[in-house]
Design a binder for this molecule. Structure first.
Ligand code: NAD
Length: 353
């Protein structure tokens, strides 16, 4: 008989989703949380947008931290945490992409303060209990339920301002969460169902974006939510390990790195996926074969850029191969050898055409 047993660690959290909900419901959500003194975490670029969004609730924003930087450098985490302590806030409101959510999480990690997250990219960090901090070019990550946002408000209006290339790369970052959630050791029927629905939503959203349709953001943001939820429980594997090494060592842009690596890892892994799962993924990508379907989608949205386009030099490629090889063995549906790492990273460096 087939073994159908599994363990599923569900995660708590409240989600509101819809166009206009951020502006309309933010005050109500702050009231429900009972927050009178709020720290707003935001980038300088998004600060005006966030303040307009918060609107009348700005009277309870007692401090703003807008020195967000990618991959949450330790000194940024200290500065944001100091601000939270100095102003004795009740909670942290983060409005922005994964770097902003990551900064709010760093505050939460040391203070235990709760987070209300309003994401403005498709990174998905808002659904996960994973935090990350960088010092001396080395990124450390960990899991803590303290950093999992209590409330997440997804509003497609807020992602409309993403430049097209970033919208595509960020959606493919979400796609990577879904695809990897199909094969990690903690993957289970619940995360797979969530991940496959995420693949469908992201794929539809990307096609709509490519065709110039007006409502791509609704599908993409829904896909990002599902992707983050699946990733939060299933955890990471080969794909995320490679991205993590590249991001930490060479400060490459996060979303573009994920986008460049994903098709190559999928090509490598798809033959080791259970036939049923490979078929479901292919279906979700509307193709008879998953890897072909993903590459077809990449071409449709013009996402063939490789790691070289993301800023990796050929010397850094050699170092990346060495760093990744030193991390072997990596838990994966099929064994990963040093040669595989070299092939994977070299093809990701070149991109797809
Ligand atoms: P980001 O937050 O760095 O944002 C990228 C750029 O987009 C920034 O310049 C930002 O100002 C801009 N931007 C954000 N929203 C915008 C909008 N609506 N319109 C126009 N510009 C906008 O990048 P990201 O890809 O969202 O997040 C990457 C970070 O998130 C990485 O550090 C990564 O490790 C982390 N992350 C963490 C998890 C987790 O579970 N902990 C999951 C995914 C990503």
């Amino acid at each position: 008989m087939t073994d159908t047993s599994f363990t599923y660690d569900g995660l708590p959290g409240r989600v509101r989703f819809g166009r206009g909900v951020a502006r309309a419901q933010l005050s109500e959500e702050l009231d429900s949380l009972g927050w009178r003194r709020v720290l707003l975490v935001v980038t300088r670029q998004e600060r005006r947008m966030a303040e307009e969004l918060v609107g009348t609730a700005m009277d309870r924003v007692v401090a703003v931290f807008d020195n967000v930087r990618p991959h949450v450098p330790q000194e940024v985490a200290y500065a944001a945490t100091d601000l939270a302590r100095t102003y004795a806030v009740d909670g942290v409101l983060s409005v922005g992409g994964g770097s902003t959510t990551g900064t709010a999480k760093a505050v939460s990690l040391t203070t235990g303060l709760p987070i209300l997250a309003v994401p403005t990219t498709y990174a998905g960090s808002e659904m996960t209990p994973v935090w990350g901090l960088t010092s001396d070019g080395h990124k450390v990550t960990g899991r803590s339920l303290d950093v999992l946002p209590r409330v997440v408000i997804y509003d497609p209006d807020l992602v409309e301002s993403l430049p097209r290339d970033l919208a595509v790369a960020s959606s493919l970052n979400a796609m990577a969460h879904c695809v990897e959630a199909l094969w990690t050791p903690a993957s289970n029927p619940v995360t797979r169902a969530t991940a496959l629905e995420g693949v469908r939503a992201l794929s539809e959203g990307l096609v709509t974006l490519a065709d110039g349709g007006a409502d791509s953001a609704d599908q993409l943001l829904l896909g990002a939510y599902l992707a983050g939820s699946a990733f939060a429980v299933a955890g990471s594997g080969l794909h995320h390990k490679l991205c993590h090494i590249l991001g930490g060592a060479f400060d490459l842009p996060h979303a573009q790195t994920h986008a460049a690596i994903l098709p190559h890892v999928l090509t490598f892994n798809q033959q080791a996926l259970p036939v049923r799962v490979a078929g479901q993924l292919a279906d979700a990508l509307d193709c008879s074969e998953a890897s072909d379907g993903l590459r077809r989608l990449y071409r449709r949205v013009g996402a063939g850029a490789g790691l070289s386009d993301a800023g990796l030099t050929s010397d850094q490629l050699r170092t990346a191969i060495e760093l990744a090889t030193n991390r072997l063995p990596i838990v994966n549906p099929r064994p990963v050898e040093a040669d595989d790492i070299e092939t994977l990273l070299t093809s990701a460096y070149d991109g797809i055409n």
